[in-house]
Design a protein around this ligand. Structure first.
Ligand SMILES: [Cu+2]
Length: 334
């Protein structure tokens, strides 16, 4: 086993991450179990006809998961002991359950623990209901760009229907997961850049802009993205920025209120210092990579309300791909 003691050794470790086939330390009986095989390839045809290769996690117990991008959600309840098993059949991967307070062995960050050589069961117990995601943490910038992620939803102990215990109830649940794709990155090698080799990871030039796996402009009609609700219903939008851009999301004509930030509640009576944030219609919601926001929207009038996602460069802050990096969808209220 390599132990990093000084920067030189860390440099070597960065290039040669430990891989292990081990049992879960301190294993206890789970309340709920998941299996994810990784990575399977999935080709998605972009609006210009180009097929782009993605890597996804699949659930071997569910054939539908073979074509799901983002990967099939993991949905649990606050307080449950969760066992999430990764079967890394081809090459090495990990699962990082982003936002869980896991022990180091169960955190799935290859560089501080190990990569899964064959199979490992991650054990954790979520303590805060909200919106999270899981993703591969092997050569992360490449594997995450390849699409190795899915939503991780933590419901309150009593189950879905409220964002958190004593929190806002919802009638309609929606998932908005903006992502951007540089097709050049989707032809890279599994280990590209890990040993300090210059493979061009300093250049990210996204050409396709997706929401919840749907490339724009299909986001304007695809039921995975478009939200349908009735006047007076409460819509919960779980918004995850899975892109490598700053995303500015604008809901035109409808007010929204942020009740959750990165899996932590706003407006929980037990935490009176953390207030919900009101966004008047037309406000810009800005998120960077990996951030989550839970929005409650309660329309009071019928209409077709447009939602705009602008993908902006981190440094220059201009809209990506020469100003074309925009996706739209709609909230239809009847
Ligand atoms: Cu991976």
């Amino acid at each position: 086993m390599v132990i990093a003691r000084d920067p030189a050794e860390f440099a070597a470790f960065g290039c040669d991450v430990i891989d292990r086939q081990i049992p879960t330390p301190d294993r206890v009986n789970p309340n709920i179990t998941f299996i994810r095989d990784g990575a399977k390839t999935l080709n998605i045809t972009m609006p210009d006809g180009q097929a782009v290769q993605f890597w996804i996690f699949i659930d071997p117990r569910d054939d539908k998961s073979k074509t799901m991008f983002p990967s099939k959600p993991i949905r649990v309840r606050q307080g449950q002991v969760v066992h999430s098993t990764l079967d890394a059949k081809k090459n090495h991967h990990t699962i990082h359950h982003h936002g869980m307070n896991s022990s180091t062995y169960n955190d799935g960050v290859g560089h501080v623990s190990f990569e899964v050589a064959e199979r490992y069961t991650y054990q954790f117990q979520p303590h805060s209901a909200g919106t999270y995601f899981y993703h591969c943490h092997k050569n992360t910038v490449v594997h995450f760009e390849y699409g190795m992620y899915g939503l991780l939803i933590v419901d309150p102990p009593e189950g879905p229907g409220k964002l958190y215990q004593n929190g806002p109830a919802y009638d309609v649940e929606a998932f908005w997961v903006p992502d951007d794709v540089d097709p050049r990155w989707h032809r890279m090698n599994h280990d590209a850049g890990m040993c300090g080799d210059d493979v061009g990871l300093d250049r990210f030039e996204p050409k396709y802009f997706l929401v919840t796996g749907v490339p724009a402009p299909r986001t304007e009609t695809d039921p995975k993205v478009v939200v349908n609700a009735k006047v007076g219903q409460r819509i919960l939008v779980r918004h995850l920025n899975a892109s490598y851009s700053i995303v500015q999301t604008t809901i035109e004509g409808l007010d929204a209120t942020i009740y959750g930030v990165d899996g932590r509640p706003l407006g929980d009576p037990a935490q009176p210092w953390a207030k919900p944030i009101f966004l008047p219609a037309g406000s810009v919601l800005e998120t960077c990579t990996a951030q989550r926001r839970d929005l409650i929207i309660q329309p009071t009038r019928r209409g077709r309300y447009r939602v705009k996602f602008e993908f902006r460069d981190w440094v220059a802050r201009g809209i990506q791909n020469n100003g074309t990096g925009i996706a739209y969808t709609y909230i239809n209220v009847t």
